[in-house]
Structures are given as structure tokens and as C-alpha cells.
Design a protein around this ligand. Sequence first.
Ligand SMILES: [Zn+2]
Length: 234
Amino acid sequence: MGADTKDQEGQTALKTLETILFPHLNQCHICKRGLPPLQGVILCDGCMEELRRCQRNGEMCLDFGHEPLDVAVSAYQYADITGRLVRRLKYHGDSSVAQLLSIGMCAAYAKGKERIGDAELIVPVPSHYTAIVRRGYNQAYYLAQVMTEHLGIPMEANALIKSRAVASLVGQTREARRKAVDKAFAVQRRGLIEGKRVLLIDDVLTSGATASSCGKALLLAGATHVSVLTACHA
Ligand SMILES: [Zn+2]
């Protein structure tokens, strides 16, 4: 048995023991290791380091190929740990995850600030109501809510609606994704959008088809500029 395996077994046993002895203690949201009961601490040092390794820095986080958006800015590379965090947000409404991901999102926003310009309105990418009924959560809303607090930019959560449900885009080609979400979004009240520089917020940017479709609807409703800021980039 190698030293690494022994070490891993030891760690696992320790984790189990901690969970039995101190069930009330804070746990790492990823590996379940015990954590000090401090507010806002949701990852252990090891998982935090893994998250830091996913952070996209500098030009890496800026993506200009998503017409009609000015720029798409992403904080983290989509990987095992970021995927697990996003799923906690999406399926469990874990808002402490939104707080954690917002650290990288603020850094990415600062990097993209010159291209985004002075955003006047934050708008979360909406989920279709059937998805909200099924899951109970719109992950983009949680992220937008935290970002509006950090950046001091007002949010209009109901500016956009997803007017029709779209089947999962996973595994589809870029063109198929674009077609699937084309005209899926609509602006509810033009007055909220007109003349504004809008910053869209979403959890993951994959092909960019969803963000582009939202951007089109917002520009049609009179927004002057639209950019998107996401937690992850697939
Ligand atoms: Zn951990």
C-alpha cells in the first residue's frame, strides 16, 4: 500500500470521525471535511486551492466572439469543482455558493470593465417557469443578486423572461444551440431597458447562444449595450 493511499484512507477516516463527533460543525461543501464554524467559509483549504486554479485571469476571461454582445467575461474555467458548485446553486439554491463564486466574478468584472463600460443595470438570464417549478431555483438570479450588492449596480430580475422552454443544450453543436434559443427570450417592460447599458449575469457560458439571444432581445428593446458576466466558461 503506497503512502498516498494510506494518507487518503487516514483523511477519509478522520472526516468520518469528525462528522460523527461534531455533526453540527460546518463542512466543506465539496469534500465534506470539517470546517471551523465561520460564516462564509464553505470550502476547505484544498478545495479552495482547486477553485483558485480554475480562476481565469487577464485576457483569458474576456471573450469577444458573441455577437451582438460587447464582451463575454467569465470568472472560472468549468471543471469538476466549479461544476459541482454550480450544481449546488442550481439544484439546492445554496446561496453561499453564489457568495463564493462572486469573488472571482468581481475580479473578472474588474478585468473586463473597460469593455463592459459603466453598466447601469444587472439582468439575470432567466429560466423558463417550468424549470423553476421543477427545480425551485434560478441560479443566475442568485449570482445577479450578489453581484448587484458588490457592484452597487441595480438589478432588474424580471426585465427578461424566457418565453418558451428549451430542451437541454448539452451535447448540441453551436449552430443547433443558436437555433434552439433563438427568440426564446423576451423583454417584459421596455421602459426598464431603454437607453441602458446592461450587464447580463449567468452561471455558465458554453457556446454563448443563450447570452447572445438575451442580448438580441435587450438591444431590440432599446438597450444601448449588452455584455455578459458568468461564473464559469465551459
Ligand atoms: Zn474540501
